[in-house]
Ligand binder design. Structure first.
Ligand code: S3P
Length: 167
């Protein structure tokens, strides 16, 4: 209960902003991807490769539900968490949902730095990311209680913005 859920597209800054926010508020930081890795005993890339996306999404739903039982935590969520309505409902019941938005250009620059996101393999270009963003943005926006932007300024500035706006 009373958790702060950070949602948004891959590369929007959920992990870095989550760290800042948890330090500022003195709250524990949790992460759905980390929960999935611990639960399944393999990396995100391996889960996608060996078991497929459906298995990953099932594990993600299980994690969102179990992490929701925690109190007063900052919970950084995988970018696809909003794709299942039951995940959004579980988050709404147990906290406030903060959407971190970034432009497709900034996202491309950030995700190009590493190769740990199976859904972006071979798709690190503006057109493909824009297409995924177009499909997801309505889900992100309808789930969000608060929206912040991370293109400009540091993670610390974004965290400050969130602190100022959480009820
Ligand atoms: C995904 C985002 C990833 C991770 C998985 C799927 C998505 O998390 O959960 O690769 O569907 O957007 P990040 O948003 O932390 O990169």
């Amino acid at each position: 209960m009373n958790n702060i859920y950070l949602i948004g597209f891959m590369g929007a800054g959920k992990t870095t902003v989550g760290k800042e926010l948890s330090e500022r508020l003195g709250r524990k930081l949790l992460d759905t991807d980390q929960c999935i890795v611990e639960q399944e005993g393999m990396s995100i890339a391996e889960i996608f490769e060996k078991r497929g996306e459906k298995c990953f999404r099932d594990a993600e739903t299980a994690c969102i539900k179990s992490l929701g039982a925690e109190e007063n935590c900052v919970i950084s969520c995988g970018g696809g968490v909003v794709l299942r309505e039951e995940n959004v409902a579980a988050m709404k019941r147990t906290g406030v949902i903060v959407l971190i938005e970034a432009s497709v250009e900034v996202i491309l620059e950030r995700v190009s730095r590493n190769s740990n996101r199976p859904l972006l393999e071979g798709k690190k270009n503006i057109a493909d990311i824009q297409a995924m963003m177009d499909a997801r943005l309505p889900h992100y926006r309808s789930a969000a209680d608060i929206i912040v932007y991370s293109d400009e300024g540091s993670a610390s500035r974004v965290a400050e913005d969130i602190v100022a706006r959480i009820p």
